[in-house]
Design a protein around this ligand. Structure first.
Ligand SMILES: *[C@@H]1O[C@H](CO)[C@@H](O)[C@H](O)[C@H]1NC(C)=O
Length: 322
C-alpha cells in the first residue's frame, strides 16, 4: 500500500469511555442528565433575559449571550458522545471531525473573550458602586461606560476573535493527510490529538496551536485573574460590610473560570506530551462548565431569580385564565 498516495483514512475511531456495558449505561444516564440540565438552564436564562422587562442591563445581556455560547459549546460534543456510549463502533467521519473542531474553537474562543468582557463589566459596576459609596454622585456613570455601543462592540469582538482563532488553526488542519492510525483517545475530536495522527510533519502546526489556543486561553485567564484581584482589593479598601458577600460571589466566579481555563491551558499550551488524564480534563471545558456557568453566574443572582419567578407566575397564571 502506498501511503503517500493521499488520504486513505475516511473516519476516526473515538475511544471515548470504553468500559463494561453497565458502566457505559451509568455514563449514558449521567451525561444525558448533565446535557439536559445544561440546555434547560441556559435556555431558561436566555428566555428570562429576553422576555423580562427588568433585566435589561448590560450585565444581563452579557449573561444571556454567555448562556447561548454555553449551549452551543456543549452541543458540539455532548450529544455525539452520549449517542456513542450506546454504540459499539464509535466513529466520526473526517468531515464531522473537522466541523467539531471548528465549532469547538469558534464557541470556545468567543466564550473566553466574553468572560473577560463580563469581568470588565463587573469591574466598572464595582468602581461605580464604590464611587457612590464614597458619596460622589454619579448615578449615570455605569450606563455611560457600558453603553449599548460598548456592549455591542464587546459581543462583536468576542465573535470576531472566536472566528479568527478557529479559522487560523483550521485552514492548516482541513487539508492534512491521514493515512496511518486513526484512533483518537478521546470522546470528541480534540485538535492536538487529531494533528498527531496526520502522516506528515506537524511540528509547525503544533507550535501554531500552542501559540494560538495556548496563548488565547492563558492571556484571557491572566486578564480575568487580574481583574478579579483589582476588584477584591478595591472592595476591601472601601467597604468591609459589602465585601464578604462580594467575596463569595467572586470566589465562585474564580472557581468556574479556573475549571474552564485550567484544563484548556494544560491541554493546549502543552500539546507535545499527552497524558491519559487529558480525556477527563477536556470534559471540563466541553461539558462541565457549560452547566456550571448558568448556576454560578446567573441562578444565584437575586434579580434573575425574581425575574424567573415573575415570568413563570405570569405564564402559569395566563394558562389558568385561558
Ligand atoms: C445578547 O446581547 C444583546 C445586546 O447587545 C441582546 O440584545 C440580546 O438579547 C442578548 N442575547 C441573549 C440571548 O440574551
Amino acid at each position: 500500500m502506498d501511503l503517500k498516495n493521499g488520504s486513505v483514512v475516511t473516519e476516526f475511531i473515538l475511544q471515548g469511555f470504553s468500559a463494561g456495558w453497565e458502566l457505559q449505561i451509568v455514563f449514558f444516564v449521567t451525561f444525558a442528565l448533565i446535557y439536559g440540565a445544561t440546555v434547560l438552564g441556559n435556555a431558561l436564562i436566555m428566555v428570562t433575559v429576553t422576555c423580562s422587562s427588568t433585566l435589561h442591563s448590560p450585565m444581563h445581556f452579557l449573561l444571556g449571550n454567555l448562556s447561548f455560547l454555553d449551549m452551543c459549546l456543549s452541543t458540539v460534543t455532548t450529544p455525539k458522545m452520549i449517542r456513542d456510549l450506546l454504540t459499539e463502533h464509535k466513529t466520526i467521519s473526517i468531515r464531522g471531525c473537522m466541523a467539531q473542531m471548528f465549532f469547538m474553537h469558534l464557541f470556545g474562543g468567543a466564550e473566553m473573550t466574553l468572560l473577560v468582557a463580563m469581568a470588565f463589566d463587573r469591574y466598572v459596576a464595582v468602581s461605580m458602586a464604590i464611587d457612590r459609596y464614597v458619596a460622589i454622585c454619579k448615578p449615570l456613570h455605569y450606563k455611560t461606560i457600558m453603553s449599548h455601543r460598548v456592549l455591542t462592540g464587546f459581543l462583536l469582538l468576542s465573535w470576531v476573535i472566536g472566528l479568527i482563532h478557529t479559522t487560523s488553526q483550521m485552514v492548516f488542519t482541513v487539508n492534512l493527510p491521514f493515512c496511518g492510525p486513526n484512533v483518537l483517545d478521546s470522546f470528541f475530536c480534540d485538535l492536538p490529538l487529531v494533528i498527531k495522527l496526520a502522516c506528515t510533519d506537524t511540528y509547525t502546526l503544533e507550535l501554531l496551536v500552542i501559540v494560538n489556543s495556548g496563548f488565547l486561553s492563558l492571556i484571557c485567564f491572566i486578564l480575568l485573574l487580574i481583574s478579579y484581584a483589582v476588584m477584591l482589593v478595591t472592595m476591601w479598601q472601601h467597604s468591609s460590610s459589602a465585601s464578604s458577600k462580594a467575596l463569595t460571589t467572586l470566589s465562585a466566579h474564580i472557581t468556574v473560570v479556573t475549571l474552564f481555563f485550567g484544563p484548556a491551558i494544560f491541554i493546549y499550551a502543552f500539546p507535545f506530551n499527552r497524558y491519559s488524564v487529558d480525556k477527563f480534563l477536556s470534559m471540563f471545558y466541553s461539558i462541565i462548565t457549560p452547566l456550571l456557568n448558568p448556576i454560578i453566574y446567573t441562578l444565584r443572582n437575586q434579580e434573575m431569580k425574581a425575574a424567573i419567578k415573575r415570568l413563570s407566575k405570569h405564564h402559569i397564571g395566563a394558562g389558568f385564565t385561558h
